[in-house]
Design a protein around this ligand. Structure first.
Ligand code: AMP
Length: 284
């Protein structure tokens, strides 16, 4: 489309620039980093028009979480969108997304998968995520939507929502973009103090230790990852091995190792794919 992204704020403004061609949507909460830019670049060849939404969604934050403090860097974000060849940036107001207020109106319930892992700590989080993504899909009507594997449970739940509600959007996942020491990029990494920032690579080190142990089976994966965490005195909220859809991990097949841990102030998430070896007996 054009050289510089067109900024729109309402569904009507979006409809006026959307055009009739194919559309790829990259939903974000802003404070854009290289992980987001990768999603935009991945989206670019997938459709004629690439739309990035920037919306800090109040309904996915629980009371006491960082909704007000969440980093907001709009000018820099628009520059990153421009550099990545984005056509349209959608910047809706809370009142546009939630005309009857954030606490009333129709919601999308994620079901049991929304209550485990992240959902155990944050029971209303995925209802907020799925509801806002469904609203964005309704406004933008994308052919394709691009999400990061960084938020792996979110990606799995969005795929399920699209399938179960027959939304007809092609959901594409992108690998995690990391800092040089392995820390997964996140808008919340700015909350890390210097000492905690240095320690934060422990999550990725634990995951890669798990990958190295994968040929020896699930128990070894978890033990190897836990040993790295123990050595740094990190007690994770969870360290779990699942199948690729957060189902049960099966020996000899692809699996996902997921971790969440608080390092200083922020709670960090990470995950990695691996292929499990056949079952082995303890001590084998
Ligand atoms: P957020 O702005 O944090 O809500 O993230 C918007 C999208 O960017 C989500 O699909 C995230 O999974 C994705 N994302 C965030 N960080 C990364 C990263 N380090 N690598 C890849 N994708 C990411």
């Amino acid at each position: 489309m054009s050289d510089v992204p067109t900024v729109v704020r309402t569904p009507a403004e979006l409809a006026a620039v959307r055009g009739e061609g194919t559309v790829a949507l990259v939903p974000t909460m802003g404070a854009l980093h290289d992980g987001h830019v990768q999603l935009m670049k991945h989206a670019r060849p997938l459709a004629q028009t690439v739309v990035v939404s920037i919306f800090v969604n109040p309904t996915q934050f629980a009371p006491g979480e960082d909704f007000e403090a969440y980093p907001r860097t709009l000018d820099a974000d628009l520059e990153r969108c421009d550099e990545a060849g984005v056509d349209v940036v959608l910047l809706p107001e809370v009142a546009t997304m939630y005309p009857d207020g954030p606490d009333s109106g129709v919601v999308v319930e994620p079901g049991p998968l929304g209550r485990v892992l992240e959902g155990e700590q944050r029971p209303t989080h995925f209802r907020g995520v799925l509801t806002v993504v469904a609203k964005l899909f309704g406004i933008v009507r994308p052919d394709v939507a691009v999400f990061g594997e960084k938020d792996f449970q979110q990606l799995v739940l969005i795929r399920r929502m699209v399938r179960e509600l027959s939304m007809g959007v092609d959901v594409v996942g992108c690998p995690i973009v990391r800092e040089a020491d392995g820390l997964a990029m996140s808008s919340r990494n700015v909350y890390l103090g210097a000492d905690d920032r240095a320690r934060a690579s422990v999550l990725h080190r634990a995951l890669t230790a798990g990958v190295d142990a994968a040929p020896r089976g699930a128990e070894h994966v978890l033990a190897a990852a836990r040993a790295v965490l123990d050595a740094e005195g990190v007690v994770p909220d969870y360290l779990t091995l699942t199948g690729p859809d957060l189902d049960e991990a099966v020996p000899g097949q692809e699996a996902r190792l997921l971790i969440a841990a608080r390092i200083g102030t922020p709670r960090l998430l990470d995950n990695i794919g691996l292929v499990l070896g056949p079952t082995t007996h303890e001590g084998a």
